[in-house]
Design a protein around this ligand. Structure first.
Ligand SMILES: Cc1cc2nc3c(=O)[nH]c(=O)nc-3n(C[C@H](O)[C@H](O)[C@H](O)COP(=O)(O)OP(=O)(O)OC[C@H]3O[C@@H](n4cnc5c(N)ncnc54)[C@H](O)[C@@H]3O)c2cc1C
Length: 235
C-alpha cells in the first residue's frame, strides 16, 4: 500500500478525551467513505508503532483527511497524538478496509455508532448526503454524557438540509443539563422503537466489540440476517 507523509493542519478538541485531527497531503489521497489509515508513530520509548484510525471526513476532499481519535492516557500511540501540534509531519499508509457502502444497491441504510465509533460513520453520512443518496439514511449514535455527542450540530444541520437523513442520538447517562428530546439508554434497547422490520435495509455498525454484539442481537430479533449487517469492531 502506498505510503504518505501528511502534515497536521488542525487539532480540534471535541471533548476532554477526543480530538479531531486534520492531516494534509501534498499529493491527492483517494479513499472511500468507511475506510481507515494506519499511522506509523514512534512511541515515547523510541519504538515504532502502527495503529489503525478510521477516516472521519468526506472522500470529496482529496487534499486532507480528518481523524477522530480518543486519547487514551496510557496509550502508546494515541497519547503521542494527543500532544501533536500544528505543522507536525506524520507517516501513514492506506487506505484500507471494506466498511464501505455500495451505493448502487439503493438500500435503506441504518448507520449505528457508539463513542468514537462515529468516525467512519461520519464519513459515510457526509458522503451519502453530499452525493444525494436516494434512500433513507438513519444515524443511531450512542454515547454516555452530553459532551460525548460528537458532531451533534453538524448532524442536526445535515438533517435540516437532507430530508433523507435522520439522526437519533441516544444518551446512556443523562444528567440535569442533558437535552431531553434525546432517547435514553443503550442503542440496542432503543433501536426497536424506530426499526420494526428488516425489509430492504442494510446496517453498518461501528463501536466496541460488546456494543456491536448487543446491536447485532437486537437486529436479529427484529428479523435481520447477517448478510444485511456490516460491522467494524475495535476491541
Ligand atoms: C480498523 C480500526 C479503526 C480504528 N479507528 C479508530 C478511530 O477512528 N479512533 C480511535 O480513537 N481509535 C480507533 N481505533 C483504535 C486504535 O487503532 C488504537 O487501538 C487506539 O487508539 C489505542 O491505541 P494506543 O496505542 O493509544 O493504546 P495501546 O498502547 O495500544 O493500549 C493502551 C491501553 O489502552 C487501552 N485502550 C485501547 N483503546 C482504548 C479505548 N478506545 N478506550 C479505552 N481504553 C483503550 C488498551 O486496552 C490498553 O490497556 C481503530 C482500530 C481499528 C482496528
Amino acid at each position: 500500500m502506498e505510503k504518505y507523509t501528511a502534515t497536521v493542519r488542525g487539532v480540534t478538541p471535541l471533548n476532554d478525551q477526543v480530538k479531531l485531527f486534520r492531516l494534509e497531503f501534498e499529493k491527492p489521497f483517494e479513499f472511500q467513505a468507511g475506510q481507515f489509515v494506519i499511522l506509523n508513530i514512534t512511541d515515547a520509548d523510541g519504538n515504532p508503532q502502527r495503529r489503525s484510525y478510521s477516516i472521519a471526513s468526506s472522500p470529496k476532499n482529496k487534499d486532507y483527511i480528518e481523524l477522530c481519535i480518543k486519547i487514551v492516557s496510557n496509550g502508546r500511540v494515541s497519547s503521542i497524538m494527543g500532544q501533536l501540534q500544528e505543522g507536525a509531519n506524520i507517516e501513514l499508509d492506506g487506505p484500507y478496509g471494506k466498511f464501505t457502502v455500495d451505493k448502487e444497491q439503493k438500500k435503506e441504510l441504518l448507520l449505528i455508532a457508539a463513542g468514537v465509533g462515529i468516525a467512519p460513520i461520519r464519513s459515510l453520512v457526509l458522503d451519502l448526503c453530499e452525493t444525494g443518496y436516494s434512500q433513507a439514511v438513519s444515524l443511531f449514535f450512542g454515547f454516555r454524557y452530553m459532551n460525548d455527542c460528537l458532531f451533534k450540530d453538524e448532524c442536526l444541520k445535515l438533517k435540516q438540509e437532507f430530508p433523507n437523513f435522520n439522526f437519533y442520538p441516544i444518551i446512556s447517562r443523562p444528567e440535569e443539563d442533558s437535552e431531553n428530546w434525546m432517547d435514553v439508554g443503550h442503542v440496542n434497547a432503543v433501536l426497536p422503537k424506530y426499526v420494526n422490520n428488516a425489509e430492504g435495509k442494510e446496517v453498518y455498525i461501528c463501536g466496541s466489540l460488546p456494543m456491536v454484539k448487543d446491536v447485532v442481537s437486537a437486529l436479529e430479533e427484529i428479523g435481520f440476517n447477517r448478510e444485511q449487517i456490516r460491522t467494524d469492531a475495535w476491541g
